[in-house]
Design a protein around this ligand. Structure first.
Ligand code: KG4
Ligand code: ZN
Length: 358
């Protein structure tokens, strides 16, 4: 008999957060988060100014079992109450992915329940349905540490890529600049904080690809021009650093705005305009308040609503993994025990129908 509701244990270990969550997903595509734990490894990586893969894998091994116990405890459930186990199987750091996926496989075998290997990007892409009670179609800006993409989410499992970065991701642009300016780790929140005190018009940074007709991004030149500009300034005091950070953040925001608007115009021209009601941002960088404020105005201009998940569901978490696992399980989809961990797994390889270029 087909179940109306399933309780899914989700595991996320693709980068520097070990996260476990239990979500109850219903066949009407509604979800209830029963527990949600994120253990951040920031303290272990910050002395190195970035994520060290070996440290990350070891830390996932150490934390995962106690976090699973805690997630069950928080949800007042026993492991036998779980209907399926979902783990991020890619993309991400391969060591961490193997730790999470292998743990999930052990639970699936031990309890004889289905295993669902989840694409991390699909987790970010479908989070707003769980947290903001909206439903596709929507235009999605997926901005994280490893990805920057504009995607038309036509339905659950139907994604059309509208644009992507041709080099660095937006989160990388934040992280590398913060490392160069030596303002703290992780870079995104650190740079956002310092930028608040600065003048965003003080330095002129480029807006790469702004005149190209496509919806693609490029951030690596922007980082190079920051380094070049900063090297010309002696000495660099605190005020200069805030002005550099503010001007640099503004350049990233402008690039995001310009390409998001191109994507909106393209999608509205191709679709029934009244169908697309939402412009959605998801992924770690979408927790940036200045980016949210700018995108809110952009969406309003096009008579759309701007939606972004609450901050803690923008950055990496396991609720989004359990959620996608539940949606897939209720559609009769699960994975074999030999499903692999994949360092690279573009969302286009899910069920994307077509990739739009130009
Ligand atoms: O989605 P996420 O937690 O992990 C990945 O899947 O990559 O995103 C992490 C990225 C990092 O690059 C981090 O610096 C960035 O999101 N980030 C931010 C902010 N908070 C996190 N970037 C800009 N402003 C923020 N407030
Ligand atoms: Zn992520």
């Amino acid at each position: 008999m087909k179940k109306e509701k399933v309780k899914i244990l989700g595991i996320e270990s693709s980068c520097d957060e070990t996260a476990v969550s239990i979500v109850e997903v219903s066949s009407s595509d509604k979800g209830k988060i029963l527990s949600n734990i994120v253990f951040s490894q920031i303290d272990q990586h910050s002395p190195f100014g970035g994520v060290v893969p070996e440290i990350a894998s070891r830390s996932h091994v150490e934390s995962l079992s106690p976090l699973i116990d805690q997630a069950l405890n928080d949800a007042t459930l026993k492991i036998q109450d779980i209907d399926g186990v979902a783990a991020t199987s890619g993309p991400g750091l391969i060591g961490g992915l193997i730790v999470g996926l292998t743990t999930a496989k052990g639970i699936a075998v031990g309890l004889d329940i289905p295993l669902i290997g989840v694409n991390h990007l699909e987790g970010h892409a479908l989070t707003p349905i769980l947290t903001n009670d909206i439903y596709p179609p929507y235009i999605l800006l997926l901005v994280s540490g490893g990805h920057t993409q504009l995607i038309m989410v036509k339905d659950i499992g139907q994604y059309i890529q509208i644009g992507t970065t041709i080099d660095d991701a937006a989160g990388e642009a934040f992280d590398k600049a913060a490392k160069f300016l030596d303002i703290g780790y992780p870079g995104g929140p650190a740079l956002e904080k310092i930028a608040k005190k600065g003048n965003n018009k003080k330095y002129k940074f480029p807006r790469p690809l702004q005149n190209s007709n496509d919806c693609n991004f490029s951030f690596s030149g922007l980082k190079t021009s920051l380094i070049r500009e900063a090297k010309n300034i002696e000495p660099i005091d605190e005020k200069t650093i805030s002005d550099l950070a503010a001007s640099y953040q503004q350049a990233i925001i402008d690039c995001i705005k310009i390409k998001s608007e191109k994507a909106i115009n393209k999608m509205l021209a191709q679709n029934n305009t009244s169908e697309i009601k939402y412009f959605v941002a998801s992924g770690g960088v979408a927790s940036n308040k200045a980016i949210r404020d700018n995108l809110t105005l952009l969406a309003q201009k096009h008579k759309m609503r701007f939606i972004a998940p609450p901050m803690k569901f923008c950055t990496d978490n396991a609720a989004m993994i359990a959620w996608v696992g539940g949606l897939r399980l209720l559609r009769g989809q699960s994975d074999e025990l030999d499903t692999p961990a994949r360092a690279r797994w573009p969302l286009e390889e899910m069920k994307i129908h077509e990739v739009l270029n130009g």
